[in-house]
Design a protein around this ligand. Structure first.
Ligand code: TRP
Length: 320
């Protein structure tokens, strides 16, 4: 089977180590084996906030993050919603394929509404999973590397593809979610790692920023370091982080640190993370803005060409 890989991120702030081990490493791996599209999902930014904010800066930063981790624009098509009218136009027929009740049942949307700080829930909040189906289907994507929270959206994409094919003829393959094998990395305070909670190490963080974040990380009062995910989640999470950066087992690291306590643990984690980020920082520093603009322009051209073909097919199948 010749898979086409599609995935994406909202440009809302810097990517962090959770993104790296959750999905970026996987993309770098997949780019040598499959045609791949990476979407900077700029229109999706306005699902849970009133205005897109510093969208240009965030778009540039996101692309720099991609380049820094080794996503190769010669192999991967990197593009933006706002540059591909034909992708966005797919939203219209796709919306006709789902019911309002189905839109309201999406657990990820419900969760986002529950945590939203907006005064009112917009229509886009309910319909963006259908737009995300257009993201995946415009290029006939079949493999979608995502985190667990995105699985309901993948179900929407499959539903849209299936119903379109039933009503109008076989146009779309059914996409599949591909989940990272990595354990979920939590934030340095033990909560969900998130750029907005200040508990994440950004890929663009300096050595000093990284050290400061780890210094403030939560641990516990037991001197002996052990890897016990249930009983000592914060310590276990730090060991997991160091283990991922070093390619070693967290249990083994715990044994080595032993009665060195939290201070030794944090020193080990800091060194591991900084060592790991060194080549990423170096590549990031080598890229310049002109290069970024050119990469995006090229990716947008390629993606648009693909979207035009799919929209033509969709219109023909529907009899327009
Ligand atoms: N919703 C995804 C997120 O918040 C980003 C995204 C947009 C995406 N379109 C996509 C992911 C298509 C996978 C496929 O992380």
């Amino acid at each position: 089977m010749n898979d086409v890989v599609l995935t994406g991120d909202r440009p809302t702030g810097p990517l962090h180590l959770g993104h790296y081990f959750g999905s970026l490493a996987n993309r770098v791996e997949l780019q040598d084996r499959h045609p791949m599209y990476v979407l900077i999902a700029d229109y999706q930014v306005i699902t849970d906030r009133d205005v897109p904010g510093e969208i240009r800066r965030h778009t540039t930063e996101l692309l720099l993050d991609y380049l820094a981790v080794g996503i190769d624009p010669a192999k991967v098509t990197i593009f933006q919603h706002s540059a591909i009218p034909e992708l966005n136009q797919l939203l219209l027929p796709f919306l006709s394929l789902v019911s309002v009740a189905e839109l309201g049942r999406n657990p990820t949307v419900k969760d986002e509404i529950a945590h939203s700080s907006q005064a009112a829930v917009s229509g886009l909040m309910f319909t963006y999973p259908v737009h995300q189906a257009a993201d995946i289907l415009f290029c006939k994507g079949t493999l979608v590397p995502v985190g667990k929270d995105q699985v309901p959206h993948l179900e929407v994409a499959r539903l849209v593809a299936r119903r379109f094919n039933e009503r109008y003829g076989a146009v779309f393959p059914l996409p599949e979610a591909m989940m990272g094998a990595q354990p979920l990395l939590k934030g340095l305070d033990g909560g969900k790692m998130s750029k907005s909670r200040g508990n994440a190490i950004a890929l663009s963080a300096t050595e000093d920023e990284t050290a400061a974040l780890i210094r403030r990380a939560r641990t516990d009062s037991e001197r002996m370091i052990t890897f016990e995910e249930e009983r000592r989640p914060e310590v276990a999470n730090l060991l997991t982080l160091a283990g991922l950066c070093l390619g070693r087992s967290p249990r083994e690291l715990a044994e080595e640190i032993g009665d060195g306590g939290a201070a030794t643990l944090k020193r080990v984690v800091t060194e591991a993370v900084n060592e790991f980020l060194r080549p990423i920082r170096k590549r990031r520093a080598e890229a310049d803005e002109a290069e970024v603009r050119q990469i995006l322009a090229q990716g947008n051209d390629r993606a648009r060409e693909r979207a035009v073909r799919t929209l033509d097919e969709v219109r023909a199948a529907m009899g327009f």
